[in-house]
Design a protein around this ligand. Sequence first.
Ligand SMILES: Nc1ncnc2c1ncn2[C@@H]1O[C@H](COP(=O)(O)OP(=O)(O)OP(=O)(O)O)[C@@H](O)[C@H]1O
Ligand SMILES: [Mg+2]
Length: 266
Amino acid sequence: MKLALNGVTKSYGSNLALNAFTATLEPGIYALLGPNGSGKSTLMNIITDNLKADYGSITYTSDEGVSENVLKMGVRFREKLGFMPQYPGLYPNFSIERFMWYMAALKGMTKEVALEQIPAILKAVELDDVPRHKIGALSGGMKQRLALAQAVLGDPEILILDEPTAGLDPKQRISIRNYISRIAFNKIVLIATHVVPDVEFIARDIIMLKKGVIADNAPPTELLKKIEGGAADRHARTLDFLNGKRGGTILPRFFLFSCIPGKFVA
Ligand SMILES: Nc1ncnc2c1ncn2[C@@H]1O[C@H](COP(=O)(O)OP(=O)(O)OP(=O)(O)O)[C@@H](O)[C@H]1O
Ligand SMILES: [Mg+2]
């Protein structure tokens, strides 16, 4: 399975939010790392067909080697997707359990499969002790975990997660990160984040976005090596990178800040 994004471009008026985004995604976790306004959500909304790109195409290739434009595939492609939007619209009057059953029905799941998956997923996101709580009465972190739960429901091949750990406490962050890593086997998982520690040990590649352009795309260890080098001259190297004096890939300022564990991207 492959998802090839080719020259995906989107402007809002004169604001070029995503500029010729090109990447090929294969099973594994990819982190989309970038500061506010860098185009992460725009890209995710385009992949999930919630937004139309101005230019470019997205092609899905099955394990059998059949390639198709995802827009032409329509519902056949959307069935393969699990999407956690950055600001999910959850129904405040539904209970957690009812919402999950409702989503299972929308995804066309059978009762047997839903009955097997829903309790397991709710347990994994630690919402199994409050299945009858109304969504409107949940904390922000609980809503966030429910939004993740509905995305993974149905075991989709492609998971698009827009800031899945935003608003979670440190313990939940780790638990959700580990859960995503456990279920990622054989799936393409794209995670938008501002925080390197959330993805550095689970992502196969970090795609760094800056003002709608890919600033770098490499495995986390390679990216870290680019700025680490010898410990003695690390400070000087960092300053050189910031001042654009180093050859090769120019690491954006936000990446350097985000390398400090627990610090958020500037
Ligand atoms: N609906 C919209 N109408 C107009 N401009 C928009 C709209 N959505 C996004 N933008 C602009 O497009 C650019 C990219 O925004 P986007 O939400 O994709 O970034 P992001 O990387 O997801 O940011 P954040 O980290 O804050 O979620 C920004 O300049 C933003 O102001
Ligand atoms: Mg966003």
